[in-house]
Ligand binder design. Structure first.
Ligand code: PLP
Length: 389
């Protein structure tokens, strides 16, 4: 059968309406370079801590290679509850509060969307957004309503409120954010929590970068999570970014039992269970300190901000390892055009259109060593100063 015929007749409208061209273009361009300064990377550049590697290997050797219960193995459930108790005061499991270990944070987000959204429903997401969020629309038949957050990338109750309709089921927050690294403070979060409560809308908090928050964005010494203010939300977290094990596909969701139970049912029929050896592997993570890593990443964040502030407006990231940089308007170039120029100078970045309805910003990842980062910043500043360089 010819490809266009197959696409037309056999492939679902759902998948045909999903567009992967933006990110694919970046990878295609990158593949043409022998040794690029790669500032497009979405995972940390340090090895998985030894106790975690050892626990995963031991699990395989000990024969933990079969299916597990869909909720996740009991020792991991216990470790997560202990962590939630200590950090946000959630003392589950209770009859109202549940926990499900998921196949990555993405797995948790997909199950949440599948459990909450019907065709015609609406979910509010910030713009710029993590690339998966808009795709939850075609995947569920619901509409993803974007909440523009330029120029400071803050989701606030004031920005969200006018977008709520009677079809709104959920609001998806992401702090620290991908692609901007912005961390919301407790006062903004409290207003959003109150808004969701008043309007009967589910709050989903994607906190995959929770531990990856720099001390200067902490409040009272901790990462500001809306989960410290309410239990009426779905907490979505992961291990991949914090411990450098993105390929292990490990995350978890915690929140009201009425939602977690439906998500567990969906997981039973889809992912079945998260990878068995990876569940054992992440248990030691709760005893690990990552202060050194955070310190290193905060230095790299400063390299990016200090290098680019003289040429353009930069919103200082409080967490994660990205900065979303506005291109100087006088350049007269879209971010896609600029990213293509950068490739010609051996630097890989991701244009804003991949994360946004706008194409005015550039995502720079600082998950590379300082030397490469500094070299990349020099090239990007020069390209921003001189449109013909
Ligand atoms: C905000 C955000 N949420 C979720 C994910 C997905 O994470 P995981 O690899 O755990 O599925 C990412 C990965 O880049 C992310 O940036």
């Amino acid at each position: 059968m010819e490809e266009h015929h197959v696409l037309d007749r056999l492939i679902s409208r759902r998948v045909m309406s999903m567009d992967a061209s933006g990110i694919r273009k970046v990878f295609d361009l990158g593949a043409t370079l022998a040794d690029p300064i790669n500032l497009s990377i979405g995972q940390p550049d340090f090895p998985v801590p030894e106790p975690m590697r050892a626990a995963a290997i031991k699990a395989i050797e000990d024969g933990h290679n079969g299916y597990t219960v869909t909720q996740g193995i009991p020792p991991l459930q216990e470790a997560i509850w202990a962590h939630l108790g200590e950090t946000i005061g959630w003392d589950g499991p209770t009859s109202d509060l549940g926990l499900l270990v998921t196949s990555g944070t993405s797995g948790g987000l997909l199950l949440a969307a599948m459990a909450l959204l019907d065709p015609g429903d609406e979910m509010i997401i910030g713009d710029p957004y993590f690339v998966m969020y808009p795709q939850l629309g075609p995947l569920t038949g619901a509409s993803m309503v974007t909440c523009p957050t330029y120029p400071d990338f803050r989701m606030t109750a004031e920005r969200i409120e006018p977008l709520i309709t009677e079809r709104t089921k959920a609001i998806l927050l992401n702090s620290p954010s991908n692609p901007s690294g912005v961390v919301l403070g407790t006062s903004d979060l409290a207003e959003i929590v109150q808004l969701c409560h008043d309007r009967g809308v589910m709050l989903i908090s994607d906190e995959i970068y929770d531990e990856f928050t720099f001390p200067d964005a902490h409040e009272d010494g901790v990462f500001p999570s809306p989960a410290r203010l309410t239990r009426e939300l779905l907490l979505v977290r992961g291990f991949g970014k914090t411990y450098g094990c993105t390929g292990w596909r490990m995350g978890y969701v915690a929140g009201p039992s009425w939602l977690i139970n439906q998500m567990a049912k969906l997981q039973q029929y889809t992912y079945v269970c998260p990878p068995s050896m990876a569940q054992w592997g992440v248990i030691p993570s709760f005893g690990l300190e990552i202060d050194d890593v955070l310190q290193e990443y905060a230095c790299r964040r400063d390299i990016v901000v200090n290098s680019l502030e003289p040429v353009t407006r930069v919103v200082r990231p409080g967490g994660a390892f990205y900065c979303f940089i506005e291109l100087p308007q006088q350049l007269g170039q879209t971010a896609t055009e600029f990213a293509e120029r950068a490739v010609r100078h051996n630097v890989l970045t991701i244009p804003g259109s991949v994360f946004s309805e706008r194409d005015t910003h550039l995502r720079v990842s600082f998950a590379v060593d300082r030397e490469k980062l500094q070299a990349g910043m020099e090239i990007l500043s020069e390209l921003m100063r001189d449109p013909n360089a």
